[in-house]
Design a protein around this ligand. Sequence first.
Ligand code: AMP
Length: 269
Amino acid sequence: MIVFKSINKLNKEVNFKADTGFVPTMGALHRGHISLIKRAKKESSKVIVSIFVNPSQFNKTNDFNKYPRNINKDLIILKKLKVDFVLIPSVKDIFKKKKNMKVKISNKDKVLCAKYRPGHFEGVLGVINQFLKIIKSKRIYLGEKDFQQIYLIKKFIKNKFKIKICACKTIRQKNFLPLSSRNNLLRKSEINKASLISKQINKFYFLIKKDFKNKDKILHFKKILDKINLNIEYFEVRNKNTLSIKYNKKNFKLFIAFYINKIRLIDNV
Ligand code: AMP
């Protein structure tokens, strides 16, 4: 496993002609990330993983500062998984080419997280743009836990980069809570509360599916969630292909973002 601390060095030393799979992460690796890496290993002859906590995708400095980081432990995990290359660039390195970081998203796409975290996805896409100019991989592995992220990256790379998006299923704990680096910031009781929400929205999904005509149900569900004494940012039903509010029984998906003790969590089913 070769670890690169700069994108220039990686660019100079690695020939990406091989059939490479790329897994971008922000580190503090867990079973969710590992599932992406394992799939990449299975499907590619070389695998590259990046670890970069991108300041431009955080709306609050405190959130960025508090974000869990554990590079040493991450490197042990990556070595065990027999990853070929790891890229851990500095913030300065990534922001050197400012032009690559300037990415816009359309007003039409400013829904869900893009509505409540202005500039977040522009930050994500800026870094992806920067990475893909150097990392000429065949496939990029992304988790459905960040469903809107996949949707926007797909849109962004179309006609721009020759790379296939491999969407990977959300990995959950036994209590149905999706694995997330942010879970490290929660106490046991808060984890229980968060898992209750994920279980609830999963239940709502099947109830809506069963009685699709009764659309008022979602309002009723919102009231149930309110009773859990949560700070819900959004809870919406949308079309999983377009993220619009025109959905049907086959293509709908539930999306939620909420805060527990100032920690922002998301889920979708
Ligand atoms: P992050 O480090 O949170 O930026 O995540 C890096 C990649 O791992 C993203 O594509 C995420 O969607 C994916 N990911 C994070 N959590 C999970 C999970 N629980 N299951 C599957 N993929 C995940």
